[in-house]
Design a protein around this ligand. Sequence first.
Ligand SMILES: Cc1cc2nc3c(=O)[nH]c(=O)nc-3n(C[C@H](O)[C@H](O)[C@H](O)COP(=O)(O)O)c2cc1C
Length: 184
Amino acid sequence: MILDLIKKRRAVFPVQYNSQPITDEVISKVLEAANWAPTHRRTEPWRFKVLKGDSKKRLGKFLSDKYQETEERPKTVKVKKLRDNPQRAAAVILICMQRDPNKSVPEWEEIAATAMAVQNMWLMCAELGVGSYWSSPSLIEHIGDFTELSEGEKCLGLFYMGYYDEELPSGLRQPVEEKVEWLD
Ligand SMILES: Cc1cc2nc3c(=O)[nH]c(=O)nc-3n(C[C@H](O)[C@H](O)[C@H](O)COP(=O)(O)O)c2cc1C
């Protein structure tokens, strides 16, 4: 049942990944799931850049260099984490949103549609036994210095992917009843 998969999906972080590679076929399946997200006026605003191999190393170097450049007192632990995380992942996908040039829907709807695409990816990963999570460091505002973005394209985060060995914890949520008002 889909609810079981929704509840089973966890954020799985790079420290939890093992060294098993992910095939392009699996990555393509995850991207295909993304592509079926709902989209107002069919703007299909989600854009992805798949980083494997050396490009992950370059991303790690870019993030840690940029952090040291922009931070007054950079923390050594964070410098190392930013550098190492992309390499720990089997793949990192840059999550981008392409603003429709006709502005046929408000920007928030384009961001919402892209977030729905990411949920599809995350669920697909959960079903395939691939660990993943959406990372949104403030440094992504500089990602245009790492790779070229089109006019009106924004990076909303990094989607880390990797296989893992440990059993995942069950998730934590407050009861939905606390967030719902039923009106007659
Ligand atoms: C838009 C978005 C951005 C996120 N950014 C980060 C992040 O930068 N760092 C992080 O540790 N987790 C990030 N997460 C993942 C959440 O921490 C994670 O989903 C949350 O802890 C709940 O855990 P669960 O997804 O396993 O239930 C992000 C999630 C979303 C939806």
